[in-house]
Design a protein around this ligand. Structure first.
Ligand code: PAF
Length: 294
C-alpha cells in the first residue's frame, strides 16, 4: 500500500486519486459515510460532514466536478475549483479520506451505459437542464460502487437530486442508506451554495427573493390547499422580476415530495409538499425549496 494510504487517526485527510488506492484503503475505514461533492466546499458541506459523522466510524468526501452533469452551455469550465482550501475544510471537519479522481479515472472510456432517471428526472431541473440527472445518477452510482459506503449524505437544497438518489437506491437495490441534510442558510435567508460566489452584491440582493418567496409561502400555508402559498410566493418573485438587476424565474412549482409530480394550483391537495424554485440573476442560476404542509 502507498504510505499515504495507511490508516490515520486524525489530522490531514488521506487523498485517494484512483480506484485501486481506494480499494486498498477501504478495509481500514470501518463503517463509512460518504459525502459526494464537486468541491468548492462551504458551510453547507461542513454541515453535511458533521451529519455524516453521526452515521459511521469514518467520513469520506469525494471531490469531483462531474462533466456528465453539465450541459454544453453550462458552467463546467468556470465551476469553482478550490482543492487546497477544500482539503483544509475536510481536515477541520475530521474527514478521514478524500477521493479526488481525475476525469480519466472516473470515465476511462466514453460512458455508454448511464442511469436513466425516469419521468421524475424530466421535470423541474430535468426540464431546464436536459440530461442533468442522468449525469448525476450515473456518477453517484459509480461513486457508491467505488467507495462502498454504508451511508451517503446529500443536501436537501437539491431536493430533486435527493429524491432521485433515494429512488435509484431503491429501484436498483443498492446496499446503502441515504441521509438528507437540512439546507443551511446565510443569516439573510439565502441558501448556501457554491454558486453564490458568482453573485455581485446587487445580484445577491435580488437573489434573496428566492428564499423570501419560500418563506412567504410557508407563512401562507394554512391547511387550505396549494393556492394561498403559491400566490404568496408569486407576489414576492414578481416584484424581484422588476428589480435591478432583475430576477428571471425558471419555475416555481409545488410537488409531491416523493414523486415530484406537480401539485397544481386550484387542486384540493392536502398534506406534505415541496415548493421548489429556480431562477437566474445575471449569469448565475440558483435553486431553493421548502417543505410545506398544505
Ligand atoms: O450535488 C452535487 O454536488 C453533485 O450533483 C454530486 C451529488 C456530487 C454529483 O456530482
Amino acid at each position: 500500500m502507498d504510505s499515504r494510504n495507511e490508516p490515520r487517526t486524525g489530522g490531514v485527510p488521506t487523498i485517494v486519486e484512483t480506484r485501486r488506492e481506494l480499494a486498498e484503503l477501504r478495509p481500514h475505514l470501518g463503517t463509512v459515510a460518504l459525502v459526494p461533492t464537486m468541491g468548492a466546499l462551504h458551510e453547507g458541506h461542513r454541515s453535511l460532514f458533521r451529519l455524516a459523522a453521526e452515521h459511521a466510524d469514518t467520513v469520506v468526501a469525494s471531490i469531483f466536478v462531474n462533466p456528465l452533469q453539465f450541459g454544453p452551455n453550462e458552467d463546467y469550465e468556470r465551476y469553482p475549483r478550490t482543492f487546497d482550501a477544500d482539503l483544509e475544510v475536510c481536515a477541520a471537519e475530521g474527514v478521514r479520506a478524500v477521493f479526488a479522481p481525475s476525469t480519466a479515472e472516473m470515465y476511462p472510456a466514453p460512458q455508454v451505459v448511464t442511469v436513466n432517471p425516469g419521468p421524475m428526472g424530466g421535470v423541474l431541473e430535468g426540464e431546464f437542464r436536459p440530461g442533468f440527472f442522468d449525469g448525476v445518477l450515473t456518477v453517484v452510482a459509480k461513486l457508491l460502487n467505488m467507495v462502498r459506503p454504508d451511508t451517503a449524505v446529500f443536501g436537501e437544497k437539491d431536493a430533486q437530486q435527493l429524491a432521485l438518489v433515494r429512488r435509484m437506491v431503491r429501484d436498483l437495490a443498492l446496499p446503502v442508506r441515504i441521509v438528507g441534510a437540512p439546507t443551511l442558510r446565510d443569516p439573510d435567508g439565502l441558501a448556501v451554495s457554491s454558486r453564490n460566489v458568482y453573485l455581485s452584491p446587487a445580484e445577491r440582493t435580488t437573489a434573496l427573493a428566492l428564499s423570501a418567496a419560500l418563506f412567504a409561502a410557508r407563512d401562507a400555508a394554512d391547511g387550505g390547499g396549494p393556492d394561498r402559498p403559491l400566490a404568496a410566493a408569486r407576489t414576492v418573485l414578481r416584484e424581484a422580476e422588476t428589480a435591478d438587476p432583475p430576477l428571471h424565474v425558471d419555475y416555481l412549482t409545488l410537488v409531491d415530495p416523493d414523486t415530484f409530480a406537480e401539485i397544481p394550483g386550484g387542486s384540493a391537495h392536502g398534506g406534505a409538499a415541496i415548493l421548489a424554485v429556480a431562477a437566474r440573476v445575471g449569469a448565475t442560476r440558483l435553486i431553493d425549496n421548502i417543505h410545506l404542509v398544505l
